[in-house]
Design a protein around this ligand. Structure first.
Ligand code: NAD
Length: 270
């Protein structure tokens, strides 16, 4: 269970891809700190309902909405439903992401495009709808210092190249400038936009990399802190990053990676 507080009381949040992994932990953490949460899912309705149940069983407020983040009409309809139900949104976490891996020489246009559509276009559409709602509603300083807060779920592959995953790495590199440029453009509206760059976190997306002791030992070679992360690590960071305690942070990527971005190959002095 995440730490709880009333830090986000009275705030409404939407988390994309919240039916599993990091997104579900972020939704649960936001709710534990008092936010009411829209739990978005693409296909896994049971997963989304389980997250809603976990939140409501703990006394929180949540509901699930199906939407494909790469489909403009679908995504806009989800925001409409959220705003109809909650009146507005204060926090949006653009978390949905996929991997479709292939050696570069064999990568098809379809494999490239699919990952771009979900990971990058999906984030563009999510950020734009979120920002439109924040600007429409305007400041509510009695609820939060910032008019709106957005987190982009990036990755250490925003800065670490990744052979065999060129489409995925390109989207995370793209998210860096999407996040920074929107943060710069929207700061005068008192909208804060930041990224979280997870390292290796135990979720379905990278199951093969940690699910056997041999695989986990190999993965730990890339992690100076010698622990594979868990979704709750990211949930706790997200709940703090959208709170007023982090009000002066915008346009930043916070890597949460046990040191994966510290060039672990140089651990023993190089
Ligand atoms: P996951 O597979 O559990 O979560 C991905 C989520 O995205 C799922 O809930 C899935 O339903 C959703 N999704 C996929 N396509 C969608 C679409 N078209 N519309 C809406 N939702 C869609 O894996 P995860 O590790 O929790 O991934 C969450 C985010 O974290 C991703 O952006 C991923 O790139 C990022 N990330 C994960 C790790 C890690 O080690 N697990 C590391 C760095 C970054």
């Amino acid at each position: 269970m995440p730490t709880s507080s009333s830090r986000l009381a009275g705030q409404y949040a939407l988390v994309t891809g919240a039916s599993s992994g990091i997104g579900s932990a972020v939704a649960v953490a936001l709710a534990a700190h008092g936010a009411a949460v829209v739990v978005n899912y693409a296909h896994d309705e049971d997963g989304a309902n389980a997250v809603v149940k976990e939140i409501t069983d703990a006394g929180g407020t949540a509901f699930a909405v199906q939407a494909d983040v790469s489909d403009e009409a679908d995504l806009q309809d989800m925001f409409r439903q959220a705003i109809e139900r909650f009146g507005t949104l204060h926090i949006v976490v653009a978390n949905s992401g996929i991997q479709v891996d292939a050696p570069f020489l064999e990568m098809t246009l379809e494999q490239w495009q699919k990952v771009i559509n979900v990971n990058l276009t999906g984030q563009f559409l999510t950020l734009r709808e979120a920002a439109r709602e924040f600007v429409r509603r305007g400041p509510q300083p009695e609820v939060s210092k910032a008019t709106g807060k957005i987190i982009c779920m990036s990755s250490v592959h925003e800065v670490i190249p990744w052979a065999g995953h060129v489409n995925y790495a390109a989207t995370k590199g793209g998210i860096l400038q999407l996040m920074k440029s929107t943060a710069q453009e929207l700061a005068p509206h008192k909208i804060r936009i930041n990224s979280i760059g997870p390292g290796a976190i135990k979720t379905p997306i990278n199951h093969d990399a940690w699910s056997t002791p041999e695989a986990e030992a190999k993965l730990l070679e890339l992690i100076p802190y010698k622990r594979v992360g868990v979704p709750e690590d990211i949930g706790n960071l997200a709940a703090w990053l959208v709170s007023d305690e982090a009000d002066y942070i915008t346009g930043q990527t916070i890597f949460m990676d046990g040191g994966m971005t510290l060039y672990p190959g140089f651990e023993a002095g190089g």
